[in-house]
Design a protein. Sequence first.
Length: 231
Amino acid sequence: MSKVIIYGYSNLGSKIAKSLKNSKFEIIIVDYDEDNYNKAILDGYNTFNKDLLEDEELIEIGIESNVKAFYCVSDSSNNNFFVTLSARNLNKKIRIISKASSKSDSKKMLLAGATKVINPYEIGALRMFRLLDKPIISHVLDKILFGDSLLNIEEFPILKGSYLDGKYLKDFDFSRDFNVIIIGLTDNELSKDFIFNSYSKNHKIDADDTLVAIGYKENLDKFNNYIRTGN
């Protein structure tokens, strides 16, 4: 059985594990924090209490073979960077998905050998992964989360003065103009719940709303610029 290794079992790591719990993969949790380690055990996972700062520890958890994906999402940016670097050195083919808290962190993680970086704008994808049970969509999201796809899912907060502030979704064809698909949004005035696009065609976009879109990185960047400037 292929393994998925999750380094870090705080908020993000536990969400990833829960999303994949019923998958065909063996889930292995690694955390240096005693509380997180004990929580992972209580949640029923095969768990190691290690910081993975030595190659021997990475080898012990099985990093060298039969790993579908390695999520490096601990609360320590320095640990994530070092462990990403070490894991890549030990396994040139492994898919490594690392957490970053800023654009500079993202660049460092990619240089260290991460296949994909999870930044704050992509975290919403994990929530949708749990909610969606449509087979085609789940397949696409699975590829995104495992780094098999060049597609990304990102959140786009609408700021006051944004080009889209006060406009309606139905007046735009973002798929045609930017080759991105709007999956849905959160409306700050109505609720914090996610509203899928199929139910929000006539939705008025306001400041503090958040759009969620899927697309290739370069197209999402162009879309983000359009949201801010209209160009």
